[in-house]
Design a protein around this ligand. Structure first.
Ligand code: HEC
Ligand code: HEC
Length: 466
């Protein structure tokens, strides 16, 4: 009987959401389960490892065959590409940002902006020209002639890097209600040493490499469940809308729900991985056959055959689908519990949605039918002018970003040795990241500004437990 109930509960939970989204008028999804005392952040894919390997462990529920596929993907994720012709991993560039996946997603974790005097490593810049039609139909970004949609700051011999970026920060001080002063650094980006002039009106979007664990679970959340949280017209009047992105799916040749990237600009992990090979390393796959330097007065060592095979694309996709989610820590600590309460009261959970039940992801049973605690709604939100990049991406406006998952955020320091957060890594700790929240999250930020020091400490203790 007990077994029967545990099976039935998730089915009931999902069907409530489905009914909600079928009905005519927009309804709030209710009730959002805002509390989770479960340590099992990734369901059966959770790993109890709070060491520097916390993000790079295979899901413990993989079959033997699946584990060996995952490990093949791991090797390719770490593969260092070199200039063709070479026996191993040829095809780098001609222009690129880095030579391997792992160089940006260090320990499967997150990147950061460069230190002063350091070149760009794991922060990249997307480019485009203004698109007058953005607001109406969510068109893809318009490539900049001679540059495409991403600045490649490195190049192989005989080719020129597209340019460099100079980053400067201006400090601003914010004072909370109890008189605590917090310093925020406001970044300014200047593109320099471009190999040919950039048009004045170029739009620039800085993006730091996000963590890559738990992503198969996010891919397995049924689309209608995500859409049930969307509230574009803010019908429930909580000041928070939430809007799906719809982006071009090159395999299905249609617009599909965007899930990955800081603006939900990629529809699937397969396409995200193929785009990473193409845009970041200059490696072609069957999805993106044209070199990223195409259309440029640059050397293009174009091959008829993809530089990375479908088999490799498949194992790398599987690898990022099946990395384990680290377990939560200190869930019963009274301070953590108080912080969780404050997280709900400040409406953080309206965007950083704690709990989902995944559906079935074909070919990846370990992430299917799992109860997970990612703290994201996978939707776009207007975060105000402070965080705006002013570069629309399909339906995402210049000030909209996808709610990033917060699972594992308390382990970034241990894994990556830094605490730089937000899309461009401008925040130097979790509190700075919160105090940058504006737009739809304005009320949340104000609530945090009104908290006592003990309450803010509790909120951070909760985030550190994720
Ligand atoms: C130059 C640094 C860099 C390299 C190299 C790189 N990435 Fe990324 N990766 C990023 C950035 C930046 C993003 C966010 C992109 C965006 O928002 O558009 C990202 C996003 C992703 C995501 C989506 C994560 C999420 O939560 O939405 C995956 C998966 C991913 N990369 C996998 C890979 C793989 C696989 C490779 C190697 C083939 C790779 N990356 C190479 C910087 C890099
Ligand atoms: C309206 C939706 C919304 C609300 C409400 C909201 N957030 Fe966020 N949060 C976001 C988005 C979107 C980002 C990414 C912004 C960016 O990178 O520019 C973000 C980023 C973050 C980050 C940094 C994550 C990372 O990977 O860099 C933290 C930490 C965070 N939020 C915590 C909170 C807390 C705590 C609250 C409540 C006080 C809160 N958020 C309320 C949408 C929201």
């Amino acid at each position: 009987m007990k077994y029967f109930y545990s099976l039935l509960f998730p089915i009931l939970f999902v069907s409530v959401l489905l009914v909600a989204c079928d009905s005519e008028s927009p309804v709030a999804v209710e009730p959002i389960p805002v509390f989770s005392t479960s340590e099992l952040a990734g369901g059966e894919t959770t790993v109890f490892d709070a060491s520097s390997h916390a993000f790079s462990t295979p899901a413990p529920n993989l079959s033997e065959a699946a584990l060996s596929k995952h490990l093949e993907g791991d090797v390719e994720f770490e593969a260092v590409f070199v200039t063709a012709p070479a026996v191993i991993n040829p095809g780098l560039g001609p222009i690129y940002n880095n030579v391997s996946c792992i160089n940006c997603h260090s320990r499967d974790g997150r990147g950061r902006p460069p230190d002063p005097d350091e070149g760009l490593v794991s922060l990249l810049f997307r480019l485009s020209l203004p698109n007058p039609e953005d607001a109406i139909d969510g068109k893809p970004p318009i490539p900049v002639p001679g540059f495409g949609t991403q600045l490649n700051n490195r190049a192989i011999v005989n080719a020129s890097p597209e340019g460099k970026v100079k980053i400067t920060y201006t400090e601003q001080t914010l004072t909370t209600a109890d008189g605590t002063r917090v310093h925020l650094r406001y970044p300014d980006y200047t593109l320099t040493e471009t190999y040919q002039p950039l048009p004045e009106e170029v739009e620039v979007s800085p993006r730091v490499a996000p963590v890559v664990f738990g992503l198969g679970l996010l891919e397995a959340i049924p689309e209608d469940v995500i859409l049930a949280y969307a509230d574009e017209t803010d019908a429930n009047g909580d000041g928070i809308s939430g809007k799906p992105n719809y982006v071009w799916d090159v395999v299905q040749q249609r617009y599909n729900l965007g899930r990955f990237g800081w603006k939900a600009n990629q529809p699937s992990l397969q396409q995200q991985v193929a785009a990473a090979y193409h845009d970041d390393i200059g490696i072609t796959t069957s999805l993106f056959m044209t070199e990223n330097s195409a259309g440029q007065p640059q050397l293009t060592n174009h091959n008829a055959k993809p530089e990375v095979s479908d088999e490799i694309l498949d194992v790398v996709t599987f690898y990022v689908q099946t990395l384990a989610v680290p377990a939560r820590r200190n869930v019963d600590d009274p301070q953590v519990k108080q912080g969780e309460q404050l997280f709900a009261e400040a409406q953080c959970a309206n965007c950083h949605v704690p709990t989902f039940r995944t559906g079935v992801l074909t070919g990846v049973p370990s992430v299917s039918n799992q109860t997970i605690h990612p703290y994201t709604d996978m939707l776009l939100h207007d975060m105000g002018p402070g965080l705006a990049d002013n570069r629309p991406d399909f339906h995402a406006s210049g000030s909209e970003w996808r709610t990033p998952p917060l699972w594992g955020i308390g382990l970034v320091r241990t894994v990556n040795g830094h605490t730089n957060f937000l899309h461009d890594g401008r925040a130097r700790d979790l509190m700075e990241a919160i105090l940058w929240h504006g737009g739809e999250a304005e009320a949340s930020r104000k609530a945090v500004e009104q908290m006592s020091k003990a309450e803010r400490d509790a909120l951070i203790a909760f985030l550190e437990s994720l």
